[in-house]
Ligand binder design. Structure first.
Ligand SMILES: *Cc1c(COP(=O)(O)O)cnc(C)c1O
Length: 433
């Protein structure tokens, strides 16, 4: 399969090139040339298949031309060694719990898949070592670091803003050691991202090192997120609720929902999607007005969605041929402030005894407001509520149990390298490795 750039000014790339490069030479995002629909037989029997079986069929449609079947199957099965259960919250609303992986958030799926795929390419080609640079405000760093942990030929550098991630998040990428190095930047998340971007643009560095990114712009990270949309549908079908399904996705950079839209293009019978935003409602405004106006992000309690210029917006535009009408026909939006998020977490806990995290709360609330009779809603519960312990405990006024997996990170010893936000220092460091 060839991949083209959303900016249409770069040559086509192979899967390997797209994965290793991350971003096309014209700064556009890679898109597969064709999106293969899955046969009716697959949808008819999907409820009899396991998560791994379903995911492999989807992975084969994306990557089957480029990866031998046995290798791809192994990658899929190794990536998805945890469940993604669909849990009923109310009569017609279900939570797709994406937080049963190693770092308790949905990014584990893409992080683990990308690590294994890149590992395969490196082994196959005898390619020189690859260095993954990732800037994080919390969740991405932990999912990528844990996904790549121990993968031969790849070293991961996680750049994070000093004092601006929670202790539990920090522990998830500073305690691992091996091929993971945490760089503690004296600056903001934007400074971290600027350092990573500058490194990718620097000619001397790129001659010296093979650098790649592991943000959701990378096709190997975002496409595998399609897997669980199909599995959600399979689980709805098992309980006789698959007709008129609406899927609601708490969105920041829009990688997650874009993977779901790919699923719809492959024939997944979803009636429509909802993108739930916090106060950073650039996409919501676009849906209302047809104008895309990025602006600096504001801090909210659903901080993984604090994005002012969603990187995957270009993919959504491309998928719908730049047609605002086509986009609004399949996607609607919602936006909630912190107060509304708090209120939703609180009442859902009180009335249904289901504990939402602040991101999932946006998704759940949108469904409660727009579902029509006969429709079934699924929202993606993107992280475990214990990852936002203080916020959630503060809202419900009760202590929240910390899952053993999360607790295990807390017992590790933090190791990080201090870094200023000046590029010269960062570059010097990279040149010395
Ligand atoms: C990353 C993240 C999101 C946003 O996902 P996008 O793919 O960037 O839209 C939502 N919730 C949580 C918990 C996240 O970590």
């Amino acid at each position: 399969m060839k991949y083209y750039s959303t900016n249409k000014q770069a040559p086509m790339a192979s899967l390997q090139e797209a994965v290793v490069k991350g971003l096309a030479d014209d700064r556009g995002l890679f898109m597969p040339m064709t999106i293969k629909p899955l046969p009716q037989e697959f949808y008819d029997t999907i409820d009899t298949l396991s998560f791994q079986e379903i995911a492999y069929r989807v992975a084969d449609a994306f990557f089957g031309e480029d990866i031998p079947a046995d290798v791809l199957k192994q990658i899929v099965y190794d990536t998805l060694n945890f469940d993604v259960p669909l849990v009923r919250v109310t009569e017609n609303i279900y939570s797709l719990e994406l937080f049963h992986g190693p770092t308790l958030a949905f990014k584990d799926v893409g992080g683990r898949f990308m690590a294994r795929l890149l590992g395969y390419f490196i082994r196959k080609e005898g390619q020189k070592n690859v260095n993954v640079l990732v800037a994080t405000s919390g969740d991405t760093g932990s999912a990528v670091a844990n996904g790549f942990l121990g993968v031969e030929g790849i070293h991961v550098y996680v750049l994070y803003p000093k004092g601006k991630v929670s202790e539990i998040q920090e522990k998830q990428f500073t305690t691992l050691g091996q091929n993971i190095t945490a760089l503690e930047v004296d600056g903001t998340f934007d400074d971290c991202q600027a350092l990573v971007k500058a490194a990718f643009m620097d000619k001397e560095l790129n001659e010296h090192l093979s650098l790649t990114s592991a943000n959701s712009i990378n096709v190997a990270r975002f496409l595998p997120q399609a897997f669980y949309y199909f599995y959600a549908y399979a689980q709805l079908k098992r309980v006789g609720k698959a007709d008129n399904a609406i899927i609601c996705v708490p969105s920041g950079n829009f990688g997650n929902i874009t993977a779901g839209l790919f699923g719809k293009k492959m024939g997944l019978p979803v009636k429509r999607f909802i993108a739930a935003n916090n106060r950073n409602d650039i996409f919501y405004q676009y849906l209302q007005t047809g104008e895309y106006k990025p602006r600096p992000s504001v801090a909210t309690i659903a901080n993984a969605m604090d994005v002012g210029d969603p990187s995957n917006f270009a993919r959504i535009l491309d998928l719908y041929g730049n047609s605002h009408a086509d986009i609004t026909a399949e996607i609607s939006g919602a936006t909630y402030n912190d107060e509304q998020i708090r209120e939703t977490v609180k009442t859902t806990w009180k009335e249904h005894h289901y504990l939402l995290d602040p991101h999932g709360a946006c998704g759940y609330r949108a469904l409660t407001e727009v579902l029509k009779p006969g429709e079934t809603g699924v929202f993606l519960e993107t992280a475990h509520p214990a990852k936002f312990l203080e916020t959630v405990e503060g809202i419900i006024g009760e202590t929240v149990e910390i899952p053993a997996k999360l607790q295990a990170f807390m017992n590790g010893e933090k190791k990080s390298l201090p870094m200023t936000k000046e590029f010269v220092g960062f570059k010097q460091y990279l040149l010395s490795i």
